[in-house]
Design a protein around this ligand. Structure first.
Ligand code: G3H
Ligand code: 13P
Ligand code: ZN
Length: 311
């Protein structure tokens, strides 16, 4: 089995009323934790790399680690560029073996977003690679870009058909109230998603795969673990998992998760050091961190995405 595109995965997910997990990867332990969970549950998988991850770990290292995961698991795995912001970055990932790229033109005007996305789609499709576009702006932090609540905006359903037709994208990320990072809602605020927008988008693009970014639930167990072991995270609130489950039964076929991986890893390592202040072998604390990622991803696959047994 080689790396695959997300085309078949999304088709089956749409028809089956479930979603594929797209997990951000930055190093070997994260890749191993995610892929071991997926293997045990026979789940299809998207591993995604941000430009920050690519700068941190190097394209070739990540590529080879993901190829190793394909060999070890035998699973259909799609390797995706998360939040590509230029044609050049997308081209470099396409040329370097990724099977899917996101061109995030959501910070541009509508027409400039279309022009940039169209250019990436033409190059990607010529090379057998699929493309995710984005319409609407999520709040929160991605790479060095911090979008304030005031600058965020929901996707307008009356634009989606025109956008998809004119760009030729294979999937579309929309803004319905999710946001990047660990602080998605203010303390005391009731988490809400605009399911009415998702429903309307689904009607205008029948059968077309929709993507949810900023979809970590900010699992309280790990925030607590961080704070009980020397951390100091203020109230962190994520997307309730039952809302994600509902979205997965609708047009949402890809659910992006990064912050929950970071919290699971950091909480576990903090706890480890608190309990073993004299240890200094990285294998000793990275092993439980990898286990925590595996457990958390298994929970997402079964209880949130519903993609277990679908590989
Ligand atoms: O959406 C952003 C992802 O969480 C990636 O974060 O750009 O810090 O690697 P990063
Ligand atoms: P979270 O910060 O909610 O994990 O979102 C990750 C994401 O959307 C990556 O593109
Ligand atoms: Zn994102």
């Amino acid at each position: 089995m080689a790396l695959v595109t997300s085309t078949e995965m999304f088709k089956k997910a749409y028809e089956g009323g479930y979603a594929i997990g797209a997990f951000n990867v930055n190093n070997m332990e994260i890749i191993q934790g995610i892929t071991e969970a997926a293997k045990e549950l026979n789940a299809p998988l998207i591993l995604q790399v941000s430009s920050g991850a690519r700068k941190y770990a190097n394209h070739t290292y990540l590529m080879k680690l993901v190829e190793a995961a394909v060999i070890e698991t035998g699973l259909p795995i799609c390797l995706h560029l998360d939040h590509g912001d230029t044609f050049e970055l997308c081209k470099s990932c396409i040329d370097g073996g990724f099977t899917s790229v996101m061109i995030d033109g959501s910070h541009h005007s509508y027409e400039d977003n279309i022009a940039l996305t169209r250019k990436v789609v033409e190059y990607a499709h010529d090379h057998g690679v699929v493309v995710e576009g984005e319409l609407g702006r999520l709040a929160g932090i991605e790479d060095d870009v911090n979008v304030s609540d005031a600058d965020a905006s929901y996707t307008q359903p009356d634009q989606v058909q025109d956008f998809v037709e004119r760009t030729g994208v294979d999937s579309l990320a929309i803004a319905i109230g999710t946001s990047h990072g660990a602080y998605k809602f203010k303390p005391g605020q009731k988490p809400q998603l605009r399911f009415d927008i998702l429903e309307e988008v689904g009607k205008r693009l029948p059968g077309f795969p929709i993507v949810l970014h900023g979809a970590s639930s900010v699992i309280p167990e790990y925030v607590q673990m961080i704070n009980e072991n020397g951390g100091n995270m203020p109230d962190a609130i994520g997307i309730p998992e039952d809302m994600l489950r509902k979205a997965a039964t609708m047009a949402v076929c890809k659910i992006n998760i990064d912050s929950d991986l970071r919290l699971a890893m950091t909480g576990t390592i903090r706890k480890y050091f608190n309990e073993h202040p004299d240890h200094f072998d990285p294998r000793q604390y990275l092993k439980p961190a990898r286990e925590a990622i595996k457990k958390m991803v298994a929970h997402k696959i079964v209880d949130v995405l519903g993609c277990d047994g679908k590989a």
